[in-house]
Every structure is written in structure tokens, then in C-alpha cells.
Write a protein that binds this ligand. Sequence first.
Ligand code: GDP
Length: 297
Amino acid sequence: MAFEGLAERLQSTMQKIRGKGKVSEADVKEMMREVRLALLEADVNFKVVKEFIARVKERAIGQEVLKSLTPGQQVIKVVNEELTALMGGEQSKIAVANKPPTVVMMVGLQGAGKTTTTAKLANHLRKKHNRTPMLVAADIYRPAAIKQLETLGKQLSMPVFSLGDQVSPVQIAEEAIKKAKEEHNDYVIIDTAGRLHIDEELMDELKQVKEIAKPDEILLVVDAMTGQDAVNVAESFNEQLDITGVVLTKLDGDTRGGAALSVKSVTNTPIKFAGMGEKVDQLEPFHPERMASRILG
Ligand code: GDP
């Protein structure tokens, strides 16, 4: 299960302070040492951990807890609130354009789950928001990506726009949006090309697609299992493309949690969805509060 190690460690740390009627400064410091180690071990970004610990300490050692001599519960509440804030606070919703179609550009490295997530998102938009999305196969480099999207589209009975792999993604995006307007599809979700690593050519091409498609949303799909790497990838994509949100995939796996806990602070873009499995209905809106509560038990 995801976050297992982190959850276990934090819960046992919290347990020690939970029942206390009075919490001394030394208690808080000792606890924060343990929390710090647990977060680092879960692969949370070093700077993020440092800032997090500082914020909790300030609140827990300051007015809020010690001077009022509130019990240990109060400290736990502070940790919970800060953990929620770390992951973005409020749940962040997907964009809706004033004038349809809303254009969503999916970006990310190969293997992150981009094509799968494109279909999952379309399914979510139809099921939960009554939308009529069109999927766009613009990943012309990965062998079988187009076919994969077409298969998923068929499975969902949803239109997939494709011009094969000999036409540029820019042209595919442009024509797809035109077609969506004609067909009255209210969302256009573009599955763009990924690479194994970030390179200039990839970014240049994505920038061109962005310029033509004028997306209302650029969602970066990252594999939560890759921990710190996921955060580095997010940082690079954000610098180049100004992403508007992140989808963390494979949160059903045994990820230690680092990506989920760092990506928002490092990139200042919200995690909008979480992939919870390989099936098309296994995509969930990301709820920071619920995630924090899950971790703290
Ligand atoms: P792309 O190269 O980024 O388009 O990646 P794909 O969409 O082809 O996904 C790569 C692999 O990850 C596939 O085997 C997917 O089934 C799998 N995958 C995608 N999202 C999830 C998820 O949330 N959980 C799990 N367990 N697997 C996923």
C-alpha cells in the first residue's frame, strides 16, 4: 500500500504525544525530529521537509499549543493541517473554458501513464460532469500509443481523433480542435508525445502544440513511484511549459509518498488527480485533506 512506511512511522510518533495533557517544548522537538526522519525516509524533498518542520514547530511551540497548555491532540491537529497544506490545501478542480471546447493538454515522460490517464480523464469528465470529450492521439513517437488510445476510446465509446504518425502533433492538435468545435465536443484532451528523458526537442514540440492549442489546462502526468525524480520532472516541465496541474499515477502501488508530498510545494502547481490503478475508472480527484488523514491514521 502507498505511504505504508510513512503512515506507520508518523502514527507511532503521534501516538506518543496523543494522550499528553501538557506538551513541553522538548516533547515537540523530539517529535519533530522523528517526523523529519520519517518524511526524509519517505523520499520527501529535503527543502520541503525543512520548511514543513519549521512551520509545525513554530505553531506547536508558539501560542497555539504551549501557552494554552493544550493537550497532545492539538499538536497532532497542527501536523495534520500542515500536511494538508503541503499537498495543496483545498481540492483543485479541472478547468472549464468560458467558451467550449475546454482544451486539456496531457504531458509527461514515457511510461508515466499519460495515454491511460487521457482515457481515464475523459471517462471521469463524462461520468461525473456530463461532458462529451474528444480524445486526441498526438503521441506519434511511441509505437502503439495511437492504437492504445484508439482501443481505449472504443472501449469507452468515445471519439478519438487521429491522423496517424506521419503528421506533426501541432497539426493534429489544430485539426482536432476544429473538429471538436464542429462536433460539439466540450472537452478536447490531447495525448502528447513523451520521451524517456526530458530533452529540448520534446519541449520545443510541446511548446508549439501549446501555442496552437491554447490549452485551458496543461496536466503533467507523473509516476508517483519515482519519488524525487517525479518532483524533478515536474520542476522541468513547469519551467518550460507553465503546467497548470499534476496527475500522480500509480498511487495504488507501494510508493513511499515523496512525490505526493513534495510536488505542490516545489512547483506551486496543484495535484488535481490521482491514478489508483490500470483500469479506466481508476482515477480520483486528489483530496489533500483525505490524503493527510490517511497518512496520519
Ligand atoms: P505513457 O507512456 O505515459 O502514455 O504510459 P501508459 O499510459 O502507456 O502507461 C504505462 C503503464 O502504466 C501501463 O501499463 C499502465 O497500465 C500503467 N498505469 C498507468 N496509470 C496507472 C495507475 O494509476 N496505476 C497503475 N497501477 N498502473 C498505471
